[in-house]
Design a protein. Structure first.
Length: 425
């Protein structure tokens, strides 16, 4: 099993209580991907970069660090965040170091289309331990059908060439693939491609056609729930590898975490929406990058304090949104695996009540039924390995009523305790 955090039963890295996602250069992007839900410049950013002002960046990082509680998480997205330039990110890490309380764990993640990567970027990412996501939709003919420049030229060749810089400098990176009509029926081809290119960490996102600043506008989905469900099941067969997965697929890893007693890592499969702020290049704050319309605006980090933004009733209401479940979800046997999916994908009435489940509900239910037995077996193997590692560490075993070592939050006697007794000679 290859997920980054599978090695030990309890993570030694504290999770941030609040994550911040910066829309680093607003909508500026040098590609014109036809399914993009955010950028509207069609691959032609203006001559002046809309990157975050120094004073705004300084204030936001200072206030965020002041309530860090041991860990902070920054996500840098766009548009194309590398358009901000390397000197901008050098300023970012300098401010982070300046304002971080002692012993604060700082996490930086950046999502890029990969076309601007170079040796200088790779050295920087390695030096400051950035986790880099690179968007690749599959082999050349699949990728180049949608991920093109302003003139319609495909981006596959430069992206694949420049991923080599990340490898040369041992940068942690993963691959993000948007699922659409061109690849959703080709799971075997995709998985063979990842294996051939030695991509070990992959995540899939179902494509949608909508604009983030118009959250009340119904989305047009690029694939059906039936297609997505079939894709998940067929991909799982390939990933499972007779009980010894060789690749990390984020969706499967999340489900395995739940089966092993932990919470999912992605917000769409957690009980509540994640406590995150999305900050636009001009400082406007929103609760989610799917909810960036004027009615969702929480304030501006330039003129409002971070705490005032977090205390807004609108933010509290958003964090409760996911728990507004339609009756179909409340009665579902799989509720603990998805908690209703993403609110953005549900249907709502004019009174703010959910009237229908996540658009992909049928896909999730099909997968949960299909993979249940094998996920159960994998979870047992994973928890067994945790116990073996714990034994080798020399730590004393917890008491029966103490919290379990696996981090599930359950009592040891109701979680890994029985498994430990089975393993005892």
């Amino acid at each position: 099993m290859t997920t980054r955090d599978r090695a030990s039963p309890v993570s030694t890295t504290p999770a941030p209580t609040l994550g911040v996602m910066w829309k680093t250069v607003s909508e500026d992007c040098n590609l014109a991907c036809d399914y993009c839900y955010y950028s509207t410049c069609r691959g032609r950013p203006g001559p002046k970069r809309n990157r975050i002002d120094h004073a705004l960046l300084d204030k936001a990082i200072r206030e965020y660090m002041a309530q860090s509680r041991g860990a902070v998480g920054f996500a840098w997205q766009g548009g194309e965040p590398l358009l901000a330039g390397l000197e901008f990110f050098e300023e970012v890490v300098a401010l982070q170091a300046h304002y971080a309380p002692p012993n604060t764990v700082i996490g930086n993640a950046l999502q890029t289309n990969g076309t601007l990567l170079g040796e200088d970027w790779a050295r920087f990412f390695r030096q400051y331990n950035f986790l880099v996501g690179v968007s690749v939709d599959g082999p050349r003919e699949i990728h180049d059908a949608h991920r093109v420049t302003a003139t319609g030229k495909g981006s596959y060749d430069p992206v694949m060439r420049k991923i080599g810089h990340l490898r040369n400098h041992d940068v942690d990176f993963n691959i993000l693939t948007v699922l659409h009509q061109g690849n959703v029926e080709k799971p075997r081809e995709l998985m063979a491609f990842y294996s051939r290119e030695d991509f070990h960490y992959v995540q899939f996102i179902p494509g949608m056609d909508f604009h983030a600043r118009l959250p009340d506008t119904p989305a047009r989905y690029l694939i059906t729930a039936e297609q997505y469900g079939r894709f998940l099941c067929e991909t799982f067969d390939l990933w499972y590898n007779d009980g010894a997965p060789l690749m990390s697929v984020r969706f499967f890893d999340n489900m395995l975490s739940v089966y092993a007693g932990r919470a999912a890592e992605t917000c769409k499969h957690c009980r509540t929406c994640s406590r995150t702020l999305v900050l636009e290049q001009n400082g406007d704050a929103y609760p989610c990058d799917f909810y960036m319309g004027a009615e969702c605006r929480l304030g501006n980090i330039g003129g409002d304090s971070l705490q005032d933004i977090l205390d807004r009733p609108a933010y509290r209401d958003f964090l409760q949104l996911k728990e507004e479940l339609p009756e179909q979800c409340r009665r579902c046997d799989h509720l603990r695996l998805c908690y209703g999916g993403c609110p953005r994908n549900r249907t709502w009435d004019s009174g703010g009540r959910a009237t229908g489940p996540d658009y992909f509900c049928g896909a999730y239910r099909r997968f949960f039924d299909y993979a249940h037995e094998r996920l159960t077996l994998l979870a047992r193997k994973l928890r067994t390995r945790w116990l073996i590692d714990y034994t080798r560490s020399g730590h004393d075993w917890p008491g029966r009523n103490d919290a379990c070592i696996c981090g599930s939050g359950r009592k040891f006697k109701h979680c890994c305790g029985p498994l430990r007794e089975e393993l005892s000679p």
